[in-house]
Design a protein around this ligand. Structure first.
Ligand code: CA
Length: 232
């Protein structure tokens, strides 16, 4: 195992899914450890200190939300949750409890690897030397240090609220950000239920930054949950 290899803890009781993920994750250069119950997952987090945790919601002994709360009390490790379709309310509760992201089954390996990269990148961004690098995806470039936004070579002027909204999405690039989180961070806690604000200002951002605002390539809607800024 090389010194740069990152360790992923997979907490999942179903053997076929563990087998499928094991092949993909090891094949992509990650060191993998596995737990089959929530309790075992919490214990292994303490002993192994993984770089990222993939947590299945349907475990035999503990509710996924309980596992997240048990872990979030003492670790900052990114947690990606695997959910079943139609659990939107659960997803919001999980994200608010400190989950970093979620994937709805069935998902592709490519999707999972992209989420893992986003989660690991996000946790590395607490390192000051990485914090000021401009964000780039496709034609969109955002320089948070200079407070400048470009499409190709053209600088785009945003209002202060549009810029704040964009900068939060950039700081969480590749990960879903809930509507409530955006409202809290852009407008303040007293606006936590004004979800139409987010919708209106996301439209503004798309009109200024997307080639086709009706078919956004950068600002992806996660139905019923929030928004995700795409990464390459
Ligand atoms: Ca399961």
């Amino acid at each position: 195992m090389s010194s740069t290899q990152q360790t992923i803890l997979l907490i999942e009781d179903e053997l076929p899914i563990r087998r499928f993920l094991r092949t993909s994750l090891i094949g992509n250069g990650y060191h993998l450890v596995e737990a089959v119950t929530g309790r075992e997952g919490v214990q292994m987090t303490a002993s192994v200190r993984p770089d990222c945790i993939i947590l299945d919601l349907g475990l035999p002994d503990m509710d996924g939300l309980e596992v997240v709360r048990a872990l979030r009390g003492w670790i900052q490790t990114p947690i990606i949750v695997l959910t079943a379709r139609g659990q939107e309310q659960d997803k919001i509760a999980l994200l608010d409890a400190g989950t970093d992201d979620y994937l709805t089954k069935p998902f592709s390996v490519g999707e999972l690897l992209a989420r893992i990269r986003a989660a690991l990148r996000h946790s590395s961004q607490v390192r000051p030397e990485l914090r000021d690098l401009p964000f780039q995806v496709g034609q969109l470039r955002v320089d948070l240090a200079m407070r400048q936004v470009f499409i190709g070579d053209d600088e785009v002027h945003l209002t202060p609220i549009e810029y704040r909204l964009l900068s939060i999405l950039v700081r969480h690039a590749g990960k879903v950000v809930t509507q409530h989180q955006l409202l809290r961070e852009v407008w303040g806690p007293e606006y936590a239920d004004a979800v139409h604000y987010v919708r209106v200002y996301m439209q503004h951002l798309r009109h200024k930054l997307e080639a086709d605002p009706a078919r956004p390539a950068y600002f992806i809607t996660e139905p019923g949950v929030g928004y995700r800024l795409r990464i390459d």
